[in-house]
Write a protein that binds this ligand. Sequence first.
Ligand SMILES: [Mg+2]
Length: 268
Amino acid sequence: MTILFASDLDRTLIYSKNSRGKEVSEQDFAEVEWIDEKPTAFMTNKGLQLFQHITSSITFLPVTTRTAEQYNRITGLFHTAEKPKYAIVSNGAVILEDGKALTEWSDKVIAQMQQDCTSIEHVLPQLDAYKKNKFVLKVMQAESWFVYLIIDEHAFSVEDFENLSQIFYQQGFTLSHQGRKVYIMPTCINKSTALQFIKERIAATTVIAAGDSMLDFEMVLNADHGFIPSHGEAIYKGGRLPSHVSITDQAGVLAGEEILKKVSDYLL
Ligand SMILES: [Mg+2]
């Protein structure tokens, strides 16, 4: 029996200073990512221990919207645990196998984007009008895969998000609001399809999945057991959740620890 634990990283297992919450004291944090030697992502010490314990006995699959380069910065997760053979990065547009992108996979995604007209070239001109808008601080692109906006959270309303969603949903995009970022993601770039590919490739029999955002929602629903942190965007949009998906009691970095505890209990 091969159990696959597929998990989103940011705001699910690892947390920035802004998103980690205030309940944990400084000495109980483990640093897992650094930029210019400054720590930028954290878990609790206990969470990191649980992670190391879990990944020594089951297959861990990171499933992240980060690009490969951003993913490779999270070296603190794998100090003692072995780096996973596979990683899903760029929200499912890229699958890394032993650190190298599988071209057979990304070629398929590119062909689908061309067919659906959801390439970056279709999005960027439409966003020109928003650049002057009060809430848009920057328009960014993740390699050639997707676009995200850096927004002023105080000037950004629920209606702004709904307006954007409506415009782009009809064109084949999924939108996700995560803190200071709004992702405009081609629907064919998704974590769930990439996870299905890995599940078949390694012949996994059980999938446990965790994630906080709308970009994780489908993968969590399609798993055998799913977890959504209580602060997650995905709990608001999903309506009634099926019984195999649970929402954590805790929020912030403690939700990450709670998920790891539950996965670890499942293995007993
Ligand atoms: Mg996340």
